[in-house]
Design a protein around this ligand. Structure first.
Ligand code: DX5
Ligand code: ZN
Length: 216
């Protein structure tokens, strides 16, 4: 089982100075970068695509964990892998056949995750769990950073942890010093954090404080 860890989400950062943001995160002890890709269709917001992923790849050794908040993940899976994505997470709500989507992403040679929004039930992801490496339980509705944590995610993590003791579990949305310990207690392994890092001047202190909460 992977050691628990905090993944900075590149969404609330300074996009005008991405290279220094990545350097600062590396120096702050980040081990993996979480990239929030949005298409203005599956979610009502737009972020970035392959050129940014490819540019980041040239500037960091950190693995790139790409969260695809897009309607057609298979249309972009291969270009994302070519751009340097190390793992690709698709939303179960977006695709007609999650098992097929998971298999096809895995065939590209990367890890695959399936994400579920707060309004989606665990039973909706269960059929494809044997074909994925990770389940991402959203604790906000995908689309924007800085939203309030929805505790419905905790029940889902607990159910998944009980049923699949070895499954990698990730949580994303509203994770901060007040919420991270509850997600850890529910069995979560990986904690995506946006505003609770980028609202701080000292990223090292922010990540260190969050890590202390999950390692106790
Ligand atoms: C939400 C994104 C998250 C989000 C996390 O759509 O997937 O990664 O940016 O940001 P905070 O921690 O601010 O909720
Ligand atoms: Zn995300």
């Amino acid at each position: 089982h992977a050691a628990p860890g905090v993944l900075p989400s590149l969404l609330m950062c300074d996009f005008g100075d991405l290279k220094s943001e990545v350097t600062r995160l590396e120096q702050a002890g980040a081990k993996v970068l979480h990239l929030d890709v949005m298409d203005g269709n599956f979610v009502p917001n737009l972020t970035y695509g392959m050129p940014i992923v490819e540019g980041l790849k040239r500037h960091t050794e950190m693995p790139l964990d790409v969260h695809l908040m897009i309607q057609d993940p298979l249309a972009f899976a291969e270009p994302m892998v070519k751009a340097g994505a190390d793992s690709l997470t698709f939303h179960v709500e977006a695709v007609p056949n999650p098992i097929d989507t998971a298999k096809r992403i895995r065939d590209l040679g990367v890890a695959v995750g399936v994400a579920l929004n707060p309004g989606t039930q665990v039973t909706d992801v269960e059929p494809c769990i044997e074909f994925v490496d990770m389940v991402l339980v959203m604790s906000v509705k995908a689309g924007f950073g800085g939203q309030k944590f929805d505790p419905v995610a905790l029940d889902k993590l607990q159910i998944l942890r009980n049923q699949y003791p070895d499954l990698l579990l990730q949580i994303d949305g509203g994770i901060n010093l007040d919420t991270i310990a509850s997600a850890r207690a529910a069995g979560c392994d990986l904690f995506v954090v946006g505003s609770a890092i980028f609202n701080h001047d000292d990223y090292g202190a922010a990540i260190g404080g969050l890590n202390a909460e999950i390692q106790r």
